[in-house]
Design a protein around this ligand. Structure first.
Ligand code: FES
Length: 141
C-alpha cells in the first residue's frame, strides 16, 4: 500500500481544520509546482501554542501532513514548533512516498511562517537565519 494507515486516517479525518479569528500568527505557503497552498493559524499565550488550526488546499499528503503537524505543535512552546522538521512530520505519519515528501515540507514552512508572523506583529527579535531557507520564493514573493 502506497500510504500508511496514519496518512489515510489524517487525510480522511483531519484534526484542527479551520481558522482562528484572533490568531496571533498566520502563515501561508505554497508550492509553485503543484499549486497546493497551506495556511496555519496560531493562538499563542506566554510563548505556548494554545491553539492551532489549518486550511490546506492541496493533496491528501499535504492535508495529512498539516493535520499531523498541528497535533505535534499544539500545547508546545513556540521554540519547539520552530524545531519541527518535515521529516519528523513524515515519520509521525509512518512515512510518505518519496515523491510526496515535499507535501510535508509545506507543513514545516507554514508553521515557521506563522511563527515569523507572530514575531513580526509583536516586535519580538529573532535570528533571521531561522527563516533563511524557507521555501518557495515564487509564492511568498
Ligand atoms: Fe503538492 Fe502534495 S502534491 S503538496
Amino acid at each position: 500500500m502506497l500510504y500508511s494507515e496514519k496518512v489515510m486516517d489524517h487525510f480522511m479525518n483531519p484534526r484542527n481544520v479551520g481558522t482562528i479569528e484572533d490568531a496571533d500568527g498566520i502563515g501561508e505557503v505554497g508550492n509553485a509546482k503543484c499549486g497546493d497552498i497551506m495556511k496555519i493559524y496560531l493562538k499563542i499565550e506566554d510563548e505556548i501554542i494554545q491553539d492551532v488550526k489549518f486550511e490546506t488546499f492541496g493533496c491528501g499528503s499535504a492535508i495529512a501532513s498539516s493535520s499531523m503537524a498541528t497535533e505535534m505543535i499544539a500545547g508546545q512552546p513556540v521554540s519547539k514548533a520552530l524545531e519541527l522538521t518535515n521529516k519528523a512530520v513524515a515519520e509521525a505519519l509512518d512515512g510518505l512516498p518519496a515523491h510526496k515528501m515535499h507535501c510535508s515540507v509545506l507543513a514545516e514552512e507554514a508553521i515557521k511562517a506563522a511563527v515569523k508572523d507572530y514575531y513580526d506583529k509583536n516586535g519580538i527579535a529573532y535570528d533571521p537565519a531561522i527563516f533563511a531557507n524557507m521555501g518557495c520564493e515564487d509564492c511568498h514573493g
